[in-house]
Ligand binder design. Structure first.
Ligand SMILES: [Zn+2]
Length: 249
């Protein structure tokens, strides 16, 4: 494996800088991934389903200090607050959906867009299945750097993955999937699924209605994990390929 350089042109501000260790998946997620219950649940869902892949760290020398801090302070802390400590702001919690109100839309959007972009440009093997075109990378980079929320592009949908009555207490190696015209990236951390649509969403009414938008109300739908065909499929393959590792599906 080629060593990752610790200085060079920062991919966000385009100036010559020393890089610091940036978390590709933000620190609050990474911390949860390596502690407690979810520790043993980190799995890879590859096309063939043959290899469970351990994350092996989610940071690399990627950005300069000021770019990394700008993302961390403004967007990731906000997202952590919303995703894991938002009890008081729940407006409505029904069986299948909860709606968080008063969410800081620009910060939450930038959290989603910057996570997508960092996963795409990262050279860590863990993120091999997230690799957007140069055009997408450039568009995201400019938006993140100038703090534009790109309201009409890259819709993001959040869900909670359930197994029966319980939240799926696991993390899944991020990957790119498609369904008809739609192409999207999936990141699952601690049972929360962030689905970022890359292509084929323009005419999709469902996505238009459920995506996080500037109203600041964030709807999070509960979805049964094994109702999602590509999870059910790949986990079945993974289980078959790794019977001796004790995966039971
Ligand atoms: Zn920079």
């Amino acid at each position: 494996m080629t060593a990752i350089p610790t200085s060079g042109i920062c991919p966000l501000c385009n100036t010559q800088q020393d890089f610091i260790k940036s978390h590709i998946i933000s620190k609050f997620n990474a911390r949860k991934m390596h502690k407690g219950k979810a520790k043993g649940d980190v799995v890879g869902v590859s096309e063939t389903g043959t290899t469970p892949i351990k994350p092996g760290g989610h940071w690399q020398h990627l950005l300069c200090k000021s770019c990394d801090h700008a993302l961390g302070n403004d967007t990731e802390n906000m997202a952590a607050q919303i995703m894991y400590h938002a009890d008081n702001s729940i407006l409505e919690a029904e069986d299948e959906v909860c709606i968080l109100k008063g969410v800081d839309y620009p910060s939450m959007r930038l959290y989603g867009l910057s996570t997508l972009w960092k996963m795409s440009i990262s050279s860590l093997p863990y993120f091999d299945f997230v690799s957007l075109t140069e055009e997408h990378n450039e568009k995201l980079k400019v938006a993140i750097h100038t703090r534009q929320t790109l309201d009409e592009d890259y819709p993001i949908v959040f869900s909670t993955l359930m197994v029966g009555e319980r939240v799926f207490s696991g993390n899944i190696r991020p990957f790119t999937a498609s369904n008809g015209e739609r192409k999207f990236v999936i990141l699952v951390t601690n049972g929360i699924m962030m689905q970022c649509f890359i292509e084929g969403y323009d005419t999709d009414r469902i996505i238009k209605n459920v995506k996080f938008n500037s109203s600041g109300e964030l709807g999070i739908v509960k979805i049964q994990f094994f109702d999602i065909p590509f999870f059910a499929d790949r986990f079945r393959k993974l289980a078959e390929a790794n019977k001796d590792l004790g995966y039971n599906v």
